[in-house]
Write a protein that binds this ligand. Structure first.
Ligand SMILES: [Zn+2]
Length: 78
């Protein structure tokens, strides 16, 4: 448990938490800043698809809030 907390604190989650307004504790995942959705779509011209660890991500240069991560689909493994 303490190892996870130490890793989160070491990966700049304090900055992310200050940006979020300290509303949530950064316990969710190490890849903070990504929303997890089952369906991805491009929300502006700067959005683009990228593939990370076999999953589809949406990155955005102009609007970091557009960043989205595909939910881990177990069916694709079979
Ligand atoms: Zn965008």
């Amino acid at each position: 448990m303490s190892g996870i907390v130490g890793r989160l604190l070491g990966s700049g989650s304090q900055l992310a938490r200050s940006l979020l307004g300290t509303a949530q504790l950064p316990i969710k995942e190490s890849a903070a800043g990504f929303k997890v959705k089952s369906r991805l779509k491009l929300r502006c011209r700067s959005c683009y698809f990228t593939r990370v660890d076999g999953r589809l991500h949406v990155e955005c240069n102009e609007h970091p809030r557009h960043k989205t991560r595909e939910i881990y689909n177990v069916k694709t493994l079979w």
